[in-house]
Each structure stands twice: as structure tokens, then as C-alpha cells.
Design a protein around this ligand. Structure first.
Ligand SMILES: [Zn+2]
Length: 408
């Protein structure tokens, strides 16, 4: 374990797989050389001799690809069919949630996801910042984290909601109006947020559909305040009006987008706002509510999602890839790609590009997501060809993070 005071040099690795997927294209016969925590060289194996002191790792029959980037996780949540979201927020101590999260972080890394965009601690305060520090310091294994901390909600719009007389802790930070919003955004940034997450719509009452929360002016203010610190904003939104307001405010991505219309997807495309559809979350919660997939007819929510995804694809809106993992089990991140392929007509290559180079581009992480000299040596090896069959990623044989073999 590397100590900050006495860093041990990372030995160079020469990785010799059957093929390299560089984030865009498959290259049979290529190899990759790392130096320190970076990629030093990539190209035909014959042109990459092992330098003195390098460790050669033969990976016959395997494909080497960039470490995957999960676009939407909650390491501080665990599946809702184990414990409901309300009970996790209200009845689980922060210590318990953090202890669980350390196991979630390890499972994520071992599944080949070397970066997560973790979109809200859901009532666990700034625990995501500490978790990220523990990983970065080498105290526990886990992915690189882009953290949102507490997330922002309009007062009264979020949960948990008990009887009207009870004041209970909320799953995100309430903020309203000019002073309140500016203060809350700055507070989250000061305490370690890499990205600001805002709920642009939500169910105001338990048995009603989602409706917009923040006003256009409030959303504009959130984006302006975050942007002046160099941080992007992501919006949870599923209604056309919530999505429209978030898009006009200038968020980087819209999460879910379940009731998106052709008009709003067109606006998103015009404004360069990406959609992270999180199809795995709706699939999981529908099953938790009793849907016997394969036997029962598709719930309305899933039917609607398939319709709106058609409209999204037709519009050409940019897509980010993430499943809202935490709603379902950490380490099962691949489920989003599998569902997109099986039920939404995507190809393996498309999802693989999305979870690597695509997410890196959209999330503005230029140091990863591709296999290129100078980028972080975050690498994964799988048997077979993942550009043709995404299921190969269910059997991750090797994970390298920052030039260090963390699973072999
Ligand atoms: Zn989420």
C-alpha cells in the first residue's frame, strides 16, 4: 500500500492481449505498455518490446480495454428489495452505510468499473467525499469517484415523507431562492462536490406523478454558481417541463428522462445536453413492485420508457451510460448495457464505446476512457471480444488501476 510520505515506484507493465479495444475500435495483435500510473505506449505487439524492469503480462485470448466508467451510481445505497430507500435514509446509521459502501466500492472495481460518477449520498451527508479519499489514499480498493455529495432539492419536494407533523431528515439538501441556493451550492462545493446534482422534478406527494420543482431562475442560478467554480450540474428529471428547464439552464446531463418528448430531446441536442437513461433502474424497481418479468405483461412505466427511448434515439441526443446502480446490486453495473442491447436495440460496440470513451467525453474526464499514451493506465481484460458480445464483461480477468494490478 503506497504511503504518501514514501511513494513506491509502480513497475512498468507490458500487457500482451489478443486484441486491444481503445475506446473506439478493436485492434487485434496490439499490446499496451504502462509507466507509473499512465499509459506509455500502445500499438502492434512487435513494436513494443519490454523495457528493462517491466513486468510482462501475457493475456492470450483476452481483449484489453479501458476501465469502464459508470455514469450513475450511489455507492451509499443498496438494493431497495433488501431495504427500502426510506428505511435506508431514516434507519441506517451513517457508519453502517459507509461500511457497506466500502464493500460496494470493491465490487464495482472488480467488475471492471474503474471510475464512477456517484450522484448523491441520499441522506449520508458528505460520506461520499470521505469514501473517495479512502480510495485515493489506497486504504480501501475502489473506483475513482466523481462525487455529488448531498444533491439539491426544492423544499418539500423530496423524501422521506412521513405524517405532516413530523420533521424527518431528507435524502438531499433543501434549498430555495437566490440566497439559499447560492449558499447550498457553494457549501457542497467547499465540502468536496465534483459535480452538483439537482432534482428538477419529483413526486411532491406519495401518490402523484412527478412535477417540476425548481423554477427556471433557480435552476439557472444553480448552474451559474457551480459553473463559476468549474463544476458541471446534472439534473434528475423525468417530466418534459423539468427536462426543458434543466436543459435551458445548461446542465451537463439529464438523468432518467422517462417522459421525454421529441421536442425536449431536440432541445437537449441543440443545447448539447446528454441523456443518461438509466433503464436498469426502472427495470429493477418494477420487479421489486412485483413484476414477474417474462411472465407478466410489461408495466406501463417500461412501455413508456421504450417509447421515449425511441424518440431519444431518433432525435440524435447524446447518450451517457449509467444504470443508477445502488437501486440494484453494486458490481452488477453491466446490467444497464445488457438491457440496452436486449431490449432497446443497442449494439455491444455502441454500449462499450459509451461506457468508456463516450462517458469520459461527456463527463469531461479527458485523462481516461481510452487507451492512448498519456492517459491513466486504467485497464480491464476479458476473454473473447466484448465489441461483439458484451456478456464477456461478466468475466473480468484482470483489472489495472493507475498502472497497478488490482485484480488478476
Ligand atoms: Zn440515482
Amino acid at each position: 500500500m503506497a504511503q504518501p510520505s514514501a511513494p513506491t515506484p509502480t513497475p512498468a507493465l507490458l500487457l500482451r492481449p489478443a486484441a486491444v479495444f481503445d475506446g473506439e475500435t478493436l485492434h487485434p495483435g496490439w499490446a499496451v505498455l504502462t509507466e507509473g500510473d499512465k499509459i506509455k505506449a500502445v500499438g502492434p505487439a512487435a513494436q513494443l518490446p519490454a523495457p528493462a524492469g517491466a513486468r510482462t503480462v501475457e493475456l492470450p485470448g483476452l481483449t484489453l480495454l479501458p476501465g469502464l466508467i459508470e455514469g450513475h451510481s450511489h455507492l451509499l445505497l443498496h438494493p431497495y428489495n433488501e431495504t427500502s430507500w426510506n428505511d435506508q435514509v431514516l434507519q441506517e446509521s451513517e457508519a453502517l452505510r459507509v461500511a457497506r459502501a466500502t464493500a460496494h466500492a470493491r465490487a464495482t472495481l472488480e467488475a471492471g468499473f474503474t471510475t464512477v460518477r456517484d450522484l448523491g449520498s441520499e441522506g449520508a451527508g458528505y460520506a461520499d467525499v470521505g469514501l473517495k479519499q479512502a480510495i485515493d489514499r489506497g486504504l480501501i480498493p475502489g473506483p475513482r469517484m466523481v462525487v455529488a455529495t448531498r444533491a439539491l432539492v426544492a423544499t418539500g419536494s423530496y423524501g422521506p415523507k412521513l405524517a405532516a407533523g413530523f420533521v424527518v431528515p431528507q435524502g438531499a439538501q433543501e434549498a430555495d431562492g437566490v440566497d439559499g441556493i447560492i449558499r447550498a451550492v457553494r457549501e457542497q462545493i467547499g465540502r468536496g462536490a465534483d459535480v452538483i446534482k439537482v432534482y428538477a422534478d419529483y413526486r411532491w406527494g406519495a401518490n402523484e406523478p412527478s412535477r417540476p420543482t425548481f423554477t427556471q431562475d433557480e435552476l439557472n442560478l444553480i448552474v451559474q454558481t457551480a459553473r463559476s467554480s468549474g463544476r458541471p450540474v446534472v439534473a434528475h428529471a423525468s417530466t418534459p417541463e423539468g427536462m426543458r428547464r434543466a436543459t435551458l439552464a445548461g446542465v451537463q446531463t439529464i438523468e432518467h428522462g422517462d417522459a421525454g418528448t421529441p421536442e425536449v430531446f431536440k432541445l437537449m441536442k441543440q443545447r448539447g445536453v446528454a441523456l443518461c437513461p438509466t433503464v436498469a433502474a426502472g427495470d429493477a424497481t418494477s420487479r421489486y413492485r412485483g413484476w414477474r418479468k417474462g411472465q407478466d405483461p410489461e408495466p406501463e412505466r417500461i412501455q413508456q420508457k421504450k417509447q421515449t427511448m425511441k424518440a431519444a434515439l431518433q432525435s440524435g441526443v447524446d447518450l451517457a451510460y449509467g444504470g443508477d446502480v445502488g437501486v440494484f446490486a453494486h458490481g452488477d453495473n453491466l446490467r444497464e448495457a445488457e438491457l440496452l442491447i436486449q431490449e432497446y436495440g443497442f449494439t455491444s460496440l455502441q454500449t462499450l464505446r459509451g461506457f468508456t470513451a463516450g462517458n469520459a467525453r461527456i463527463f469531461q474526464l479527458p485523462d481516461r476512457g481510452r487507451i492512448q499514451p498519456g492517459l491513466l493506465a486504467d485497464l480491464v481484460a476479458v476473454a473473447g471480444d466484448p465489441t461483439k458480445d458484451i456478456k464477456t464483461l461478466r468475466q473480468v480477468r484482470l483489472v489495472v488501476k493507475g498502472g497497478v494490478v488490482v485484480k488478476e
